[in-house]
Design a protein around this ligand. Structure first.
Ligand code: SF4
Length: 463
């Protein structure tokens, strides 16, 4: 058993935690590493990340602003040594984060050392680094750092995608994502919220929540509760929406399936805490095709659910995508799809003709639909949807809408989006030329005209 401390024995009466950290002095972390080589490698990884982020790794408790103790819990003597090391770090420094194998016994640690700042388990690199960020924020020096605090973004400065999980627990027969990316792995809510805060601090005004299956968020973590700001939040879709709703920016949800628990977030949309917008990739409207596709929430009565949501939040915009010509799709099943979109009156629809992906289970289903039939059906679907979209957009003429300006053209006209338009995939709001239009700013417009997919408007006021 080795105890490797990024330390020398030197101690003084001054507690590093009580010092003021000036902008010239990087934040300083002390590190105590216990246990086996695997734990040592974990320590190296955490230290590397902290170093990359500009933290100084210091050799004594006195020099440190905070101390991380990487513990061992293999046998009882290792547990005892770990608890002793935590106690020493608390008495010598006061600000202590615990990680490593003993972290899985959080209750035991907190019983003996109630003042530890955070406890994370083994290989939870992001979590332990996140805890350091929370209690000793990294400094950002725009002259020295190559990477800004919000990371490198490919989107315009005023909106950003927020990825909440990776992988998927479903096995839709046309999809190979689970075989490429594995089962669902959610990011704990505090980690997601810290990223969201960084983005907002960097000027982002719209967060677009993405994943493979947003409604399943947190199920793999058993909805574990985490601290963020002054509250405790479950790692769940409703917990996330509640927390994101605190940030005061637009929050838009993508890839949500119509499960019953989604009902809980629609009231937040009605209250204006999230954008009244749901991107629900339904993929078909025929029960038998959905069964062959093995779609999530296929039996959840999407139509009834959509109607209920609209009852709670009449301004709700629903976007969906559909696959036409799935193997074995009969004319009757395709007409079920047409009936569905006519009844659902969805605001936005994207559609694709089915194409086999190597390795997808649907390739073995048989009943391939000829290309020309697929194209003809897709044409009918989009024609039907264009009429629905046109009618729904025409209902907005005369209304005032808040929009976010994406572009200002050389002639002074603006291209913007309201709550009903996600970037890249939906229509836009075209604003007549006005000197007050600014990219990345909110504005209030009055809708003057509409087309199949877009709105035309004049500026009513800034903000
Ligand atoms: S299509 Fe189905 S299997 Fe593929 S990522 Fe989406 S929900 Fe998961």
């Amino acid at each position: 058993m080795s105890r490797r401390k990024a330390s020398a024995a030197g101690r003084s009466a001054t507690r590093a935690g009580a010092r003021t950290v000036s902008h010239e002095v990087p934040p300083r972390v002390g590190f105590v590493s216990l246990g086996c080589p695997k734990a040592l490698v974990d320590s190296e990884r955490i230290l590397t990340q902290l170093k990359v982020e500009g933290y100084d790794i210091v050799p004594s408790y006195d020099d440190a602003d905070i101390v991380v103790v990487n513990t061992c819990g293999f046998i009882e003597s290792a547990v005892a040594e770990s608890l002793e090391a935590i106690g020493e770090a608390i008495s010598e420094n006061g600000k202590v984060i615990v990680t490593g194998c003993l972290g899985v016994r959080e209750q035991l640690i907190r019983e003996q050392h109630p003042h530890v700042l955070a406890v994370t388990g083994p290989q939870k690199y992001e979590e332990v680094v996140g805890a350091v960020h929370r209690h000793l924020p990294p400094q950002h020096d725009p002259y020295l750092d190559l990477v800004p605090p919000q990371g490198v973004k490919l989107t315009p400065r005023h909106y950003a995608y927020l990825k909440i999980s990776e992988g998927c627990n479903h096995r839709c027969t046309f999809c190979i994502i689970p075989s490429m990316r594995g089962d669902l792995v959610s990011r704990p809510i505090d980690e997601v919220m810290r990223e969201a805060e960084r983005l907002v601090a960097a000027g982002v005004k719209e967060l677009l929540v993405i994943s493979q299956d947003t409604s399943a968020y947190g199920v793999d973590l058993r909805y574990v509760e985490r601290s963020w700001r002054d509250g405790r939040y479950p790692t769940s879709l409703s917990g996330l929406c509640g927390a994101l709703g605190e940030l005061g920016v637009w929050v838009r949800l993508h890839y949500v399936y119509p499960y019953p628990h989604v009902d809980e977030i629609v009231p937040l949309m009605a209250e204006g805490r999230m954008l009244p917008y749901l991107d629900i990739p339904l993929q078909h409207g025929s029960a038998s095709v959905l069964r062959r596709m093995k779609r999530p929430a296929a039996g959840e009565g999407a139509l009834a659910r959509i109607e209920r949501w609209r009852g709670i939040c009449p301004d709700l915009t629903i976007r969906s995508t559909f696959i036409v010509g799935f193997p074995g799709e009969t004319e009757r099943e395709f007409e079920d799809l047409l009936d569905f979109i006519t009844a659902a009156r969805l605001d936005r629809v994207g559609s694709f003709t089915y194409s086999p992906v190597e390795g997808a289970a649907a390739n073995d289903l048989g009943g391939a639909v000829p290309e020309e039939v697929k194209m003809e059906r897709r044409g009918r679907l989009m024609e039907a949807q264009a009429a629905i979209s046109r009618a729904r957009l025409a209902e907005k003429i005369g209304r005032r809408l808040q929009v976010l300006v994406d572009e200002v053209q050389p002639d002074g006209s603006g291209i913007a989006r309201s709550s009903a338009e996600a970037p890249e995939i939906d229509g836009v709001v075209m604003i007549e030329p006005h000197a007050a239009l600014r990219v990345g700013q909110f504005a209030t417009v009055r809708v003057t005209a509409s087309s199949d997919h877009d709105l035309m408007a004049t500026l009513a006021e800034q903000g």
